[in-house]
Design a protein around this ligand. Structure first.
Ligand code: FES
Length: 157
């Protein structure tokens, strides 16, 4: 385990290990510090909470907010919940996959964009919704996507 991961895990355990719901808080803390939860962080977290690696990994896998790889410079989150589906988010998804050459949970080869699914961005009246970094955009068509997300260098048109 590298020193950054070791420090992040130590700080997270110190801050949360004795609380109810400690595992989620610890994972959140580590991701906040490192941007993701490295595989090396799992054994010491499990040991501290008396959980197996599989149990910790199961929780990480269950919650889509947790990342096991570093994210790209900008995270793109596409809402896949009902209201966005009803307004054709599948067409937007297909366009994004084709345009950036990545699927969900992947990052463009130049490290510029990471694509993630989410399930409601609280913008259901103006769907389809797309979050770019911290900003939620409404009524995102494929054309609007191209305006909002300039192509990464090296991505073929
Ligand atoms: S369902 Fe997409 S923003 Fe709520």
């Amino acid at each position: 385990m590298d020193i950054k991961t070791e420090r992040a895990v130590e700080a997270a355990l110190l801050a949360h290990a004795d609380k109810d719901g400690a595992l989620l808080e610890i994972l959140h803390h580590v991701q906040g510090a490192l941007g993701y939860i490295p595989a090396a962080a799992v054994p010491p977290i499990g040991a501290a909470l008396n959980l197996s690696r599989a149990e910790v990994q199961g929780v990480i896998g269950f919650y889509h907010d947790y990342r096991t790889e570093p994210a790209g410079e900008t995270v793109l989150q596409v809402c896949r919940a009902e209201a966005c589906k009803a307004m054709g988010v599948q067409q937007l998804e297909a366009h994004i996959h084709q345009r950036l050459g990545i699927h969900y949970h992947e990052t463009t080869p130049d490290g510029r964009y990471t694509l993630e699914p989410v399930y409601c961005l609280g913008n259901c009246a103006c769907t389809p919704s797309l979050r770019i970094g911290d900003t939620v955009h409404a009524r995102v068509t494929p054309e609007r996507f191209d305006e909002l997300v300039p192509l990464a260098a090296g991505v073929e048109e």
